[in-house]
Write a protein that binds this ligand. Structure first.
Ligand code: SPD
Length: 289
């Protein structure tokens, strides 16, 4: 008899994303969260935190290329980068494709996520041992308070606004991120799904607008995240999210799976109902949120 076992990420008890499970490779409880690694035909190995999809071998490129290349290419010369969260290493891997980068600090609260990723996700965590990477196991809410005028680019590669991730979605935290940026610095954060998490998206956008003068949400698919359509938001105190280094963009698009120069422009197109969300009008897709 073969068992038909499926994992479902339940979203607000109303909908879900399911995947058929071949094997459970790891299950553990860290000081902060439940960590599981499952093996699947559809998405390869899948990292779950508190039973939510975080990354998968087959679709991680959408997320990691978007959170890194868009802000780094907009900066005039990113040398020092901070990645908050991101213990799976996928964002670090992409950041290191930018040759101007001299140092990347990874501030991850949960060392267990890094250890599990190194063991089970070698294609994602493959550059965590690069000499330019400095790993700091600490709550980013505390770490960022101590950083002033330190980074060219900050990337908030957090979990969802639940459990250990909650403090990474507050006005105080975003203000401290702004203060950690050098002159001309930029930041990008994962900002939830404008389909499945409309209220969260709307709230985060409102907070970012209180702190930064340039706030530009951008969008791409992530098949294993709620709504399968995700957002990140580019923020700065003046720098626009345009390609500043055309030659590097051309170089990156030779090997990137999703990113190219047309995508760089297209991801900033905002659907009408999302414009209304940003203007703080009511959500307009009943039943999706
Ligand atoms: N709903 C999942 C949101 C997770 C965003 N962070 C993913 C981490 C990948 N490096």
């Amino acid at each position: 008899m073969t068992l038909d076992i499926w994992f479902t990420e339940k979203h607000k008890d109303q909908q879900g994303i399911s995947v058929k499970v071949k094997n459970v490779l790891y299950s553990g409880q860290s000081d902060f969260q439940k960590i599981d690694v499952i093996d699947t035909e559809a998405f390869g190995k899948v990292l779950l935190l508190d039973e939510l999809f975080m990354t998968t071998e087959k679709d991680e490129f959408f997320y990691h290329e978007m959170i890194s290349h868009i802000p780094l290419l907009a900066h005039r010369c990113p040398e020092r980068v901070l990645v908050i969260g991101g213990g799976d290493g996928g964002t670090i891997r992409e950041v290191l494709n930018h040759p101007s980068v001299k140092e990347v600090v990874l501030c991850e609260i949960d060392k267990a996520v890094i250890d599990v990723s190194i063991k089970y996700f070698p294609s994602i965590a493959c550059r965590l041992d690069d000499p330019r990477v400095k790993i700091n196991i600490e709550d980013a809410v505390e770490y960022i308070k101590k950083q002033k005028n330190s980074f060219d680019v900050v990337l908030i590669d957090s979990t969802d606004p639940l459990g250990p991730g909650v403090g990474l979605f507050t006005e105080d935290f975003y203000t401290n991120v702004k203060n950690s940026l050098k002159e001309g610095g930029v930041m990008a954060a994962q900002t939830e799904s404008p389909i499945a998490c409309q209220k969260e998206f709307q709230l985060i956008n409102a907070l970012l607008n209180k702190v930064f003068s340039v706030v530009k949400p951008y969008f791409a698919p992530v098949p294993t995240y709620p709504g399968a359509y995700w957002s990140w938001t580019f923020c700065s105190m003046g720098v626009l999210p345009e390609i500043n280094n055309e030659n590097l963009a051309i170089e990156l698009e030779k090997t990137a799976i999703y990113y190219n120069r047309e995508i760089h422009k297209a991801v900033f197109a905002i659907p009408n109902y999302v414009k209304r969300l940003i203007e703080n009008k009511d959500t307009v897709i009943p039943g999706c949120n």
